[in-house]
Design a protein around this ligand. Sequence first.
Ligand code: SAH
Length: 350
Amino acid sequence: MMSDTTTKIDIRNLNLDKLSVFLKENGEKAFRAKQIDEWLWKKSAKSFDDMTNISLSTRELLKQHFTINHIAVDKMQRSNDGTIKNAVKLFDDMIVESVLIPTSTRITACISSQVGCSLDCNFCATARLKRMRNLNADEIYDQVAAIMQQGEEYFERPLTNIVYMGMGEPLLNYQNVISSIEKITSPKGLGMSPRRITLSTVGIPKMIKKLADDEVKFKLAVSLHSAIDETRSQIMPINEKSNVTELLESLQYWYTKTNRIVTFEYVVWKGVNDDKRHIDALVKYCKKVPSKVNLIEYNAIDDPRFVQASSDVIQLYVNQLEKNNITVNIRNSRGKDIDAACGQLANKEE
Ligand code: SAH
Protein backbone atom coordinates (compact mmCIF):
# COMPACT_ATOMS: atom_id res chain seq x y z
CA MET A 1 0.00 0.00 0.00
CA MET A 2 1.25 3.43 -0.84
CA SER A 3 1.56 5.86 2.01
CA ASP A 4 -0.41 9.08 2.29
CA THR A 5 2.60 11.16 1.46
CA THR A 6 2.85 9.76 -2.05
CA THR A 7 -0.84 9.73 -2.97
CA LYS A 8 -2.08 13.02 -1.52
CA ILE A 9 -0.75 16.43 -2.26
CA ASP A 10 0.67 18.68 0.41
CA ILE A 11 -2.01 21.20 1.28
CA ARG A 12 0.66 23.87 1.53
CA ASN A 13 1.08 23.71 -2.25
CA LEU A 14 -2.27 25.48 -2.47
CA ASN A 15 -2.30 29.23 -2.00
CA LEU A 16 -5.09 30.96 -0.14
CA ASP A 17 -7.19 31.47 -3.29
CA LYS A 18 -6.99 27.84 -4.34
CA LEU A 19 -7.79 26.73 -0.82
CA SER A 20 -10.90 28.95 -0.82
CA VAL A 21 -12.02 27.49 -4.13
CA PHE A 22 -11.53 23.96 -2.84
CA LEU A 23 -13.57 24.68 0.28
CA LYS A 24 -16.41 26.32 -1.66
CA GLU A 25 -16.54 23.41 -4.08
CA ASN A 26 -16.95 21.10 -1.14
CA GLY A 27 -19.76 23.02 0.47
CA GLU A 28 -17.65 24.75 3.09
CA LYS A 29 -17.48 28.41 3.98
CA ALA A 30 -14.68 30.16 2.09
CA PHE A 31 -13.56 32.13 5.16
CA ARG A 32 -12.35 28.86 6.67
CA ALA A 33 -9.49 29.10 4.20
CA LYS A 34 -7.98 31.98 6.14
CA GLN A 35 -8.13 30.07 9.40
CA ILE A 36 -6.62 26.97 7.83
CA ASP A 37 -3.89 29.04 6.17
CA GLU A 38 -3.04 30.53 9.54
CA TRP A 39 -2.71 27.06 11.04
CA LEU A 40 -0.54 25.89 8.18
CA TRP A 41 1.94 28.78 8.24
CA LYS A 42 1.78 31.07 11.21
CA LYS A 43 1.07 28.30 13.69
CA SER A 44 3.08 25.59 11.91
CA ALA A 45 0.44 22.88 12.38
CA LYS A 46 1.90 19.43 11.88
CA SER A 47 -1.44 17.68 11.43
CA PHE A 48 -5.06 18.56 10.66
CA ASP A 49 -6.00 17.58 14.20
CA ASP A 50 -3.96 20.51 15.52
CA MET A 51 -6.57 22.80 13.94
CA THR A 52 -8.80 23.02 16.96
CA ASN A 53 -11.09 25.81 15.72
CA ILE A 54 -11.88 23.88 12.54
CA SER A 55 -14.81 21.47 12.78
CA LEU A 56 -14.17 17.74 12.84
CA SER A 57 -16.02 17.23 9.56
CA THR A 58 -13.93 19.88 7.80
CA ARG A 59 -10.76 18.33 9.17
CA GLU A 60 -11.95 14.97 7.79
CA LEU A 61 -12.52 16.53 4.39
CA LEU A 62 -9.00 17.95 4.41
CA LYS A 63 -7.52 14.64 5.51
CA GLN A 64 -9.25 12.85 2.63
CA HIS A 65 -7.67 15.13 0.06
CA PHE A 66 -4.41 16.38 1.47
CA THR A 67 -1.43 15.70 3.63
CA ILE A 68 0.89 18.05 5.54
CA ASN A 69 4.46 17.13 4.74
CA HIS A 70 5.87 18.84 7.78
CA ILE A 71 9.53 18.28 8.61
CA ALA A 72 10.36 16.44 11.83
CA VAL A 73 13.37 17.15 14.01
CA ASP A 74 14.72 13.63 14.13
CA LYS A 75 17.66 14.29 16.39
CA MET A 76 18.84 17.33 18.30
CA GLN A 77 22.40 17.80 19.56
CA ARG A 78 23.67 20.55 21.82
CA SER A 79 27.17 21.94 21.74
CA ASN A 80 28.95 23.03 24.90
CA ASP A 81 28.78 26.59 23.50
CA GLY A 82 24.97 26.39 23.34
CA THR A 83 24.69 25.80 19.60
CA ILE A 84 21.96 23.35 18.63
CA LYS A 85 22.19 21.10 15.58
CA ASN A 86 19.06 19.45 14.22
CA ALA A 87 18.93 16.44 11.96
CA VAL A 88 15.74 17.19 10.08
CA LYS A 89 13.76 14.37 8.50
CA LEU A 90 11.80 15.16 5.33
CA PHE A 91 8.63 13.43 4.13
CA ASP A 92 10.67 11.04 1.96
CA ASP A 93 12.97 10.15 4.87
CA MET A 94 15.86 12.19 3.53
CA ILE A 95 17.83 14.16 6.10
CA VAL A 96 19.20 17.70 6.14
CA GLU A 97 20.74 19.63 9.00
CA SER A 98 19.86 23.00 10.50
CA VAL A 99 21.62 24.93 13.25
CA LEU A 100 20.58 27.38 15.97
CA ILE A 101 23.44 29.70 16.90
CA PRO A 102 22.97 31.73 20.11
CA THR A 103 25.02 34.80 21.03
CA SER A 104 24.43 37.36 23.76
CA THR A 105 22.37 39.49 21.38
CA ARG A 106 21.15 37.13 18.69
CA ILE A 107 19.49 33.85 17.93
CA THR A 108 20.46 32.88 14.40
CA ALA A 109 18.99 30.07 12.32
CA CYS A 110 21.33 28.50 9.79
CA ILE A 111 19.24 26.50 7.34
CA SER A 112 19.69 24.15 4.40
CA SER A 113 18.33 24.60 0.88
CA GLN A 114 19.23 21.27 -0.75
CA VAL A 115 19.72 17.66 0.29
CA GLY A 116 23.45 17.33 -0.26
CA CYS A 117 25.27 19.65 -2.66
CA SER A 118 26.49 19.51 -6.25
CA LEU A 119 29.33 22.01 -5.97
CA ASP A 120 32.40 20.03 -4.85
CA CYS A 121 34.18 22.79 -2.94
CA ASN A 122 37.26 20.87 -1.77
CA PHE A 123 37.22 22.14 1.80
CA CYS A 124 33.55 21.48 2.59
CA ALA A 125 32.14 18.32 4.16
CA THR A 126 28.72 18.79 2.58
CA ALA A 127 30.40 18.51 -0.83
CA ARG A 128 31.11 14.86 -0.06
CA LEU A 129 27.40 14.15 -0.12
CA LYS A 130 25.77 13.74 -3.48
CA ARG A 131 23.10 16.30 -4.26
CA MET A 132 19.88 14.32 -3.90
CA ARG A 133 17.21 16.95 -4.43
CA ASN A 134 16.11 20.51 -3.84
CA LEU A 135 14.13 21.34 -0.74
CA ASN A 136 10.59 22.64 -1.22
CA ALA A 137 9.76 26.11 0.03
CA ASP A 138 7.81 24.70 2.97
CA GLU A 139 10.70 22.42 4.00
CA ILE A 140 12.94 25.48 4.18
CA TYR A 141 10.27 27.44 6.03
CA ASP A 142 9.73 24.62 8.53
CA GLN A 143 13.43 24.65 9.49
CA VAL A 144 13.11 28.30 10.46
CA ALA A 145 9.83 27.78 12.33
CA ALA A 146 11.39 24.87 14.28
CA ILE A 147 14.41 26.95 15.29
CA MET A 148 12.15 29.83 16.26
CA GLN A 149 10.41 27.46 18.69
CA GLN A 150 13.73 26.17 20.02
CA GLY A 151 14.85 29.77 20.62
CA GLU A 152 11.79 30.33 22.79
CA GLU A 153 12.05 26.98 24.50
CA TYR A 154 15.76 26.87 25.32
CA PHE A 155 16.76 30.54 25.43
CA GLU A 156 13.46 32.33 25.97
CA ARG A 157 14.40 34.67 23.17
CA PRO A 158 13.01 35.38 19.72
CA LEU A 159 14.73 34.44 16.52
CA THR A 160 16.68 37.47 15.26
CA ASN A 161 18.53 36.33 12.13
CA ILE A 162 18.35 33.73 9.39
CA VAL A 163 21.25 32.63 7.23
CA TYR A 164 20.96 30.40 4.17
CA MET A 165 24.34 28.86 4.94
CA GLY A 166 23.51 25.26 5.67
CA MET A 167 23.65 22.41 3.18
CA GLY A 168 23.31 23.11 -0.52
CA GLU A 169 23.56 26.05 -2.88
CA PRO A 170 20.53 28.33 -2.50
CA LEU A 171 20.90 29.90 -5.94
CA LEU A 172 20.61 26.47 -7.55
CA ASN A 173 17.20 26.14 -5.90
CA TYR A 174 16.15 29.65 -6.76
CA GLN A 175 12.36 29.58 -6.83
CA ASN A 176 11.90 27.54 -3.65
CA VAL A 177 14.37 29.71 -1.76
CA ILE A 178 12.63 32.90 -2.88
CA SER A 179 9.19 31.46 -2.02
CA SER A 180 10.43 30.40 1.41
CA ILE A 181 11.70 33.93 2.09
CA GLU A 182 8.38 35.40 0.96
CA LYS A 183 6.60 33.22 3.51
CA ILE A 184 9.15 33.83 6.26
CA THR A 185 8.83 37.61 5.82
CA SER A 186 5.06 37.68 5.30
CA PRO A 187 2.89 38.79 8.22
CA LYS A 188 0.85 35.68 7.38
CA GLY A 189 3.99 33.61 7.96
CA LEU A 190 6.76 34.34 10.45
CA GLY A 191 6.81 38.11 9.95
CA MET A 192 10.62 38.39 9.91
CA SER A 193 12.28 41.42 8.38
CA PRO A 194 14.13 40.59 5.14
CA ARG A 195 17.02 42.68 6.43
CA ARG A 196 17.65 39.97 9.00
CA ILE A 197 18.04 37.32 6.32
CA THR A 198 21.32 36.56 4.54
CA LEU A 199 21.66 34.29 1.55
CA SER A 200 25.13 32.82 1.15
CA THR A 201 26.17 31.64 -2.29
CA VAL A 202 29.19 30.15 -3.95
CA GLY A 203 28.64 32.99 -6.44
CA ILE A 204 26.69 32.25 -9.62
CA PRO A 205 26.78 35.50 -11.66
CA LYS A 206 23.63 34.89 -13.68
CA MET A 207 21.59 34.16 -10.58
CA ILE A 208 23.04 37.10 -8.63
CA LYS A 209 21.86 39.36 -11.43
CA LYS A 210 18.47 37.72 -11.26
CA LEU A 211 18.27 38.44 -7.53
CA ALA A 212 19.02 42.08 -8.28
CA ASP A 213 16.41 42.21 -11.05
CA ASP A 214 13.85 40.59 -8.74
CA GLU A 215 14.53 43.40 -6.25
CA VAL A 216 14.95 41.09 -3.29
CA LYS A 217 15.28 42.79 0.08
CA PHE A 218 17.59 40.40 1.93
CA LYS A 219 21.37 40.48 2.26
CA LEU A 220 23.87 38.70 0.08
CA ALA A 221 27.06 36.90 1.11
CA VAL A 222 29.50 35.34 -1.33
CA SER A 223 31.97 32.58 -0.53
CA LEU A 224 35.04 34.03 -2.18
CA HIS A 225 38.06 32.43 -0.43
CA SER A 226 40.38 33.78 -3.14
CA ALA A 227 40.26 36.68 -5.57
CA ILE A 228 42.80 34.95 -7.80
CA ASP A 229 41.28 32.68 -10.45
CA GLU A 230 44.02 30.06 -10.38
CA THR A 231 43.65 29.49 -6.65
CA ARG A 232 39.88 29.75 -6.57
CA SER A 233 39.46 27.27 -9.41
CA GLN A 234 41.62 24.78 -7.55
CA ILE A 235 39.52 24.85 -4.41
CA MET A 236 36.11 25.69 -5.89
CA PRO A 237 35.51 24.00 -9.27
CA ILE A 238 32.54 26.31 -9.96
CA ASN A 239 35.11 29.05 -10.63
CA GLU A 240 36.04 27.35 -13.89
CA LYS A 241 32.54 28.00 -15.17
CA SER A 242 32.43 31.62 -14.08
CA ASN A 243 35.59 33.39 -12.98
CA VAL A 244 36.16 36.09 -10.39
CA THR A 245 35.82 38.86 -13.00
CA GLU A 246 32.34 37.71 -14.03
CA LEU A 247 31.48 37.32 -10.37
CA LEU A 248 32.62 40.86 -9.68
CA GLU A 249 30.55 42.23 -12.55
CA SER A 250 27.44 40.55 -11.19
CA LEU A 251 28.12 41.99 -7.73
CA GLN A 252 28.57 45.47 -9.13
CA TYR A 253 25.22 44.99 -10.86
CA TRP A 254 23.72 43.82 -7.55
CA TYR A 255 25.00 46.93 -5.79
CA THR A 256 23.78 49.31 -8.46
CA LYS A 257 20.30 47.81 -8.29
CA THR A 258 19.95 47.20 -4.55
CA ASN A 259 22.31 49.68 -2.93
CA ARG A 260 23.26 46.93 -0.47
CA ILE A 261 26.85 45.91 0.17
CA VAL A 262 28.08 42.38 -0.32
CA THR A 263 29.75 40.30 2.39
CA PHE A 264 32.67 38.16 1.28
CA GLU A 265 33.23 34.98 3.24
CA TYR A 266 36.86 34.06 3.29
CA VAL A 267 38.90 31.29 4.92
CA VAL A 268 42.69 31.56 5.03
CA TRP A 269 44.62 28.31 4.65
CA LYS A 270 48.34 27.59 4.97
CA GLY A 271 50.05 27.48 1.59
CA VAL A 272 46.79 28.13 -0.28
CA ASN A 273 46.01 31.84 0.14
CA ASP A 274 48.19 32.97 3.05
CA ASP A 275 50.59 35.23 1.17
CA LYS A 276 50.84 38.88 0.20
CA ARG A 277 49.75 38.21 -3.37
CA HIS A 278 46.39 36.89 -2.15
CA ILE A 279 45.96 39.66 0.40
CA ASP A 280 46.62 42.32 -2.25
CA ALA A 281 44.24 40.64 -4.69
CA LEU A 282 41.46 40.60 -2.09
CA VAL A 283 41.95 44.26 -1.21
CA LYS A 284 41.91 45.22 -4.88
CA TYR A 285 38.78 43.14 -5.44
CA CYS A 286 36.93 44.66 -2.49
CA LYS A 287 37.72 48.14 -3.69
CA LYS A 288 35.83 47.46 -6.89
CA VAL A 289 32.48 46.81 -5.19
CA PRO A 290 31.13 48.12 -1.87
CA SER A 291 31.74 45.16 0.40
CA LYS A 292 32.96 43.83 3.71
CA VAL A 293 34.89 40.71 4.60
CA ASN A 294 34.15 37.98 7.12
CA LEU A 295 37.26 35.95 7.82
CA ILE A 296 35.86 32.56 8.79
CA GLU A 297 37.75 30.13 10.96
CA TYR A 298 38.46 26.90 9.10
CA ASN A 299 36.72 23.81 10.41
CA ALA A 300 38.91 20.85 9.59
CA ILE A 301 37.24 18.11 7.57
CA ASP A 302 40.16 15.66 7.55
CA ASP A 303 41.79 16.65 4.29
CA PRO A 304 45.55 17.25 4.68
CA ARG A 305 45.55 19.92 1.94
CA PHE A 306 43.68 22.31 4.19
CA VAL A 307 45.10 23.72 7.41
CA GLN A 308 44.01 26.95 9.06
CA ALA A 309 46.59 29.73 8.52
CA SER A 310 48.42 31.22 11.51
CA SER A 311 46.85 34.09 13.42
CA ASP A 312 49.74 36.31 12.25
CA VAL A 313 48.64 35.90 8.66
CA ILE A 314 45.00 36.52 9.58
CA GLN A 315 46.17 39.72 11.26
CA LEU A 316 47.98 40.74 8.06
CA TYR A 317 44.70 40.34 6.17
CA VAL A 318 42.90 42.42 8.80
CA ASN A 319 45.54 45.17 8.72
CA GLN A 320 45.62 45.47 4.96
CA LEU A 321 41.84 45.51 4.63
CA GLU A 322 41.41 48.07 7.39
CA LYS A 323 44.17 50.24 5.98
CA ASN A 324 42.05 50.40 2.84
CA ASN A 325 38.87 51.21 4.73
CA ILE A 326 37.28 47.83 4.14
CA THR A 327 35.32 46.46 7.09
CA VAL A 328 36.58 43.10 8.24
CA ASN A 329 35.33 40.74 10.97
CA ILE A 330 36.87 37.57 12.31
CA ARG A 331 34.21 34.90 12.71
CA ASN A 332 35.01 32.17 15.17
CA SER A 333 33.35 28.81 14.74
CA ARG A 334 30.37 27.75 16.78
CA GLY A 335 29.25 24.23 17.49
CA LYS A 336 32.48 22.59 16.34
CA ASP A 337 32.26 19.77 18.91
CA ILE A 338 29.02 18.52 17.36
CA ASP A 339 30.06 19.11 13.71
CA ALA A 340 27.64 22.03 13.43
CA ALA A 341 30.10 24.68 12.21
CA CYS A 342 30.44 26.06 8.65
CA GLY A 343 31.30 23.35 6.18
CA GLN A 344 30.78 20.50 8.66
CA LEU A 345 27.17 19.63 7.91
CA ALA A 346 27.31 16.13 6.50
CA ASN A 347 24.72 13.95 8.23
CA LYS A 348 27.47 12.19 10.13
CA GLU A 349 24.99 10.42 12.36
CA GLU A 350 23.46 8.72 9.37
N1 SAH B 1 26.56 27.00 -0.84
C1 SAH B 1 26.57 28.22 -0.08
C2 SAH B 1 26.17 28.04 1.39
C3 SAH B 1 26.77 26.92 2.20
S1 SAH B 1 28.39 27.03 2.85
C4 SAH B 1 27.92 28.87 -0.17
O1 SAH B 1 28.82 28.30 -0.76
O2 SAH B 1 28.06 30.01 0.29
C5 SAH B 1 28.44 28.22 4.11
C6 SAH B 1 29.84 28.83 4.25
O3 SAH B 1 30.78 27.91 4.89
C7 SAH B 1 30.47 29.19 2.91
O4 SAH B 1 31.07 30.44 2.98
C8 SAH B 1 31.53 28.10 2.75
O5 SAH B 1 32.53 28.48 1.86
C9 SAH B 1 32.00 27.93 4.16
N2 SAH B 1 32.71 26.68 4.41
C10 SAH B 1 32.60 25.52 3.75
N3 SAH B 1 33.42 24.59 4.29
C11 SAH B 1 34.04 25.19 5.33
C12 SAH B 1 34.97 24.74 6.31
N4 SAH B 1 35.42 23.49 6.31
N5 SAH B 1 35.39 25.62 7.25
C13 SAH B 1 34.89 26.89 7.27
N6 SAH B 1 34.01 27.36 6.39
C14 SAH B 1 33.59 26.52 5.42
